[in-house]
Design a protein around this ligand. Structure first.
Ligand SMILES: [Zn+2]
Length: 135
């Protein structure tokens, strides 16, 4: 496995390893779900990969009816909005992700604070993206 701290490596872990990997700064302990070679807190370069459990709580979300071609191909659009949100991982960091398994036509039924888990069913071959679903 590559030791590059970038989005390509992140998605490779997700797709091939079925793991949600972030980075931890070995100098100050800062934990981030966004892989980058430099710590955003202490600006050190002493980063290491760290696996997240994939369990999280939905912090905020929005339902989108104007979707990309890739999402339209999955059946999303004006009549079936797709949802995207920010989830707070149980380890603490927040990350933006698609929210699967919820009804974008009835956003009042989607509750912030609900438990969600990493959705590995839907790791796209072409354009991988992070998705969570209700636990
Ligand atoms: Zn640091």
């Amino acid at each position: 496995m590559t030791s590059e701290f970038n989005a390509a490596a992140f998605y490779k872990h997700l797709k091939e390893g079925k793991k949600l990997m972030g980075v931890k700064c070995q100098d100050c302990g800062h934990l981030s779900p966004e892989p980058r070679p430099m710590c955003p807190v202490c600006h050190g370069f002493n980063m290491e990969w760290r696996q997240f459990s994939g369990r999280a709580k939905l912090s905020t979300f929005t339902c989108i009816s104007i979707v990309s071609a890739a999402m339209a191909a999955k059946g999303y659009g004006r009549d079936n909005p797709c949802c995207a949100g920010i989830v707070t991982l149980e380890e603490g960091p927040r990350i933006s992700a698609r929210i699967n398994g919820v009804d974008g036509r009835n956003p009042q039924d989607i509750k912030t604070g609900m438990d969600v888990v990493l959705d590995l069913e839907d790791v796209d071959e072409e354009s991988p993206s992070l998705a969570f679903k209700p636990a």
